[in-house]
Design a protein around this ligand. Structure first.
Ligand SMILES: [Zn+2]
Ligand SMILES: [Zn+2]
Length: 362
């Protein structure tokens, strides 16, 4: 059987051999009148894919197809789907595939904080209990509210990483009202971080890229960063104390991070944003005294709300914002190898899996 009865996917079938993903089929939840089915064209490889596939976030779903930076074409659309979408449209889906549209978060247009949010993979639909599988698959079925039209001038493989990594770094900039002249620091020059630099520059900010050593200095400048701060610099505090209004931490591990130094960069009333989810055992202590003496506020931010995603895509289209992407044609072997490279940081700066029409029977 193939679509529409079942969906072909490639993913983890044995967590002990997670780097050897295999082909499998799954049956999606029944189609609702506000859903869309998307024939997938390509999908970005997010850091979350590695956490989920390796079992870092638990080993409870088996088999599991990850991938939540999806671009594809609508091949089925419900009569009550979101206005503006139609059959054949090229759309993107990020890390969220469902919301209840009725809770306090949804009513206030913060659907990303929905009390009944469903993640695009390794999550469960509330009504059916059916587990979700992501974008390393022939198709995906989602609530049309979480499917976004891709502007014509954005190539699919470049648009894909925006749907999770891009919005995750962009949303804090909107929440902090970053604009012309705002001084923004971005720690972690990787998948999310490089897109955060691109968006902060597009909003008119003065950007400082922050990393452990000078290895990423050249590339940060190429991305448009105005300044570069290496935390292993002996003169770090002398050079960078009191230099930023908004600090976005995109690093995916707290081990070896220098939060004391990060905090020293913030001006009075500065804002610190956490946007990534390190492994569950990694905890972080922030010194209250340091926070209160400088009126620092600490924020968490998860992906982004639909209206923020729409604005991001519009801005990327208008300002020609292009994440740095390496494409890889998908198959069992190449997907495992790409996860391995992503985990080792051997990427500049995002992989997008392509060639879906060759691997899956569309
Ligand atoms: Zn809700
Ligand atoms: Zn992600």
């Amino acid at each position: 059987m193939v679509y529409p009865e079942t969906i072909e996917a490639v993913g983890v079938v044995d967590y002990d051999k997670w780097l050897e993903p295999k082909r499998f089929e799954y049956k999606p939840q029944d189609f609702r009148d506000y859903d869309v089915d998307i024939e997938i064209e390509c999908c970005g490889v997010c850091g979350s894919d590695i956490h989920a596939a390796s079992g870092n976030w638990g080993k409870h779903q088996n088999p599991l197809a990850v991938g939540h930076e999806i671009v594809g074409k609508i091949v089925k659309i419900g009569p009550n789907a979101k206005e503006g979408l139609k059959l054949g449209d090229r759309v993107g889906v990020g890390a969220q595939c469902d919301c209840d549209s009725t809770c306090i978060a949804c009513v206030e247009s913060h659907e990303n904080n929905c009390r009944n949010a469903v993640g695009t993979y390794q999550s469960k639909y509330k009504e059916s209990g059916i587990e979700t599988n992501g974008g390393n698959a022939s198709h995906i079925r989602v609530n049309s509210k979480l499917a976004f039209k891709i502007p014509d001038n954005l190539p699919s493989e470049v648009a894909a990483p925006l749907l999770c990594g891009g919005i995750t770094g962009f949303s804090p900039l909107l929440q902090a009202k970053v604009g012309k002249g705002t001084k923004v620091a971005v720690a972690g020059i990787g998948g999310i971080g490089h897109m955060t630099i691109l968006f902060a520059k597009a909003l008119g900010a003065e950007v400082t890229a922050v990393s452990r050593n000078t290895k990423k200095e050249q590339v940060s400048k190429e991305l448009g960063a105005d300044h570069y701060a290496a935390t292993d610099d002996d003169d770090f505090e002398k050079k960078f104390k009191d230099t930023v209004d908004v600090f976005v931490n995109t690093t995916s591990s707290f081990t070896g991070s220098s939060f004391d130094k990060y905090l020293s960069m913030l001006k009075p009333r500065g804002q610190l944003y956490f946007i990534t989810a390190p492994p569950a055992h990694e905890q972080l202590t922030l010194p209250p005294f340091k926070l209160l003496m400088n009126n620092i506020s600490v924020h968490g931010s998860a992906i982004g709300a639909p209206h923020e995603i729409e604005y991001m895509l519009e801005l990327a289209s208008k300002e020609n914002i292009r994440p740095w992407v390496q494409t890889v044609d998908i198959n069992e072997k190449s997907l495992g190898e790409t996860w391995d490279k992503t985990e080792r940081g051997d990427v500049k700066f995002r992989y997008t899996m392509t060639g879906y029409d060759k691997f899956f029977k569309h």
